[in-house]
Design a protein around this ligand. Structure first.
Ligand code: ADP
Ligand code: TRP
Length: 335
């Protein structure tokens, strides 16, 4: 049975790393094969953090290129920009009436700001209202599942609450979505071997950076600190280099062989890392080429987004009309 699935990607500016890829992008893209998928670039959401014109435009283009290069197929899923579908902003205005200030004050993103020392008076309303725009993004499409990271669970929950509160007053108009959060790859370790791989921690293996940069990231990866020489038996379990081999390397025999030799002290760290670099090239070289080609074809990109916006608008506007009719706003849209 095909499920309707929706997710948004904020163009916040960080270049994709393998943690993003295995934790979020790959599972999202795989879902396009057997489901009805809606994926969009949440450009209006990015305004809470990106407030320079050139920077925002660049981030948006980068996200679009990354996703298309990694296999998002606009023939299989509806891929669009949030700002291309005005119904998102219109729906947000309505939904704000079905959530309380008290509830909004319990949202993590807002509370985190306060904890970082920002005073209530200085929190921008875009950030405070972020969950309402996200609820609008979701509810317009009546999706069953929302594939997101653990950090977004609370936002899907408040979306359900808004839908429930709306439905209680007006009947079963909105569909309550479920978050879809992967347990196994929810937290990929960084090259420092201890913390979550994250752009802001500088412990990443990138996907689209220059090869020299990626080589350096891989060669700098933490391994077994107790191993002084290549002839010392090394620890495979929990060693980030092998975590990455398991994720990236398509040659499973090679991985098994390297692990065995590593455990016996028959292979050096440098060779293990060089093999990882080769595996990275095998896995991502096609995506890297595709990205370069797409970058040169701006017209094709515009056509993809135009088509996505048309398809998304049809679904979103139908729900908006239904919502307006339910609440008693009968206007030129739904008369
Ligand atoms: P970063 O921490 O590098 O800034 P983001 O917060 O922009 O990454 O995350 C974008 C998406 O990638 C989210 O869905 C998040 O859950 C996922 N993600 C980020 N880092 C990891 C990781 N180390 N392991 C698994 N998933 C991750
Ligand atoms: N807030 C999400 C994030 O930062 C992005 C997002 C915006 C989203 N609207 C959405 C995700 C709707 C799922 C559904 O990752």
């Amino acid at each position: 049975m095909k499920k309707r699935i929706l997710s948004g990607i904020t163009p916040s500016g960080s270049a994709l790393h393998i943690g993003n890829y295995f934790g979020a992008v790959k599972p999202q893209i795989e879902l396009q094969n057997d489901n009805e998928t809606y994926y969009f670039v949440a450009d209006l959401h990015a305004l809470t953090t990106v407030q320079d014109k050139a920077g925002l435009e660049k981030n948006i283009t980068n996200v679009i290129l990354d996703y298309l290069a990694l296999g998002l197929d606009p023939q299989k899923c509806v891929f669009f920009r949030q700002s291309d579908v005005p119904a998102h902003s219109q729906m947000m205005v309505v939904l704000g009436n079905y959530v309380t200030l008290g509830h909004m004050q319990r949202m993590h993103a807002y509370k985190d700001k306060l904890q970082k020392g920002v005073t209530v008076d200085a929190v921008n309303m875009g950030l405070f209202n972020y969950p309402i725009l996200m609820a609008a993004d979701i509810l317009l499409y009546k999706p069953e599942f929302i594939p997101v990271g653990e950090d977004q669970r609370q936002h899907v929950e408040i979306t359900r609450d808004m839908a429930e509160s709306f439905n209680k007053k007006y009947g079963n108009v909105l569909v309550l979505p479920e978050p879809m959060i992967s347990k196994e790859v929810g937290r990929i370790v960084g090259t420092d071997g201890s913390r979550k791989m994250s752009k802001s921690l500088g412990n990443v293996i990138s996907i689209f950076e220059d090869e020299e940069v990626i080589h350096k990231q891989i060669m700098g990866c933490y391994t077994d600190p107790n191993r002084k020489k290549a002839t010392d038996p090394g620890r495979v379990e929990g060693n980030p280099v092998f975590v990455f081999h398991d994720l990236i390397n398509d040659d499973k025999n090679e991985v098994a062989d390297l692990k065995q030799r590593y455990g016996k002290g028959q292979v050096g760290d440098v060779e293990v890392k060089e093999r990882l670099f080769e595996a990275h090239k095998r896995l991502f070289s096609k995506a890297r080429q595709t990205r370069k080609a797409l970058e040169r074809d701006q017209e094709a990109l515009r056509a993809i987004l135009r088509d996505g916006a048309n398809k998304a608008s049809r679904v979103a506007n139908a729900t908006l009309e239904e919502v307006y009719s339910s609440i008693g706003i009968i206007n030129s849209l739904n008369k």
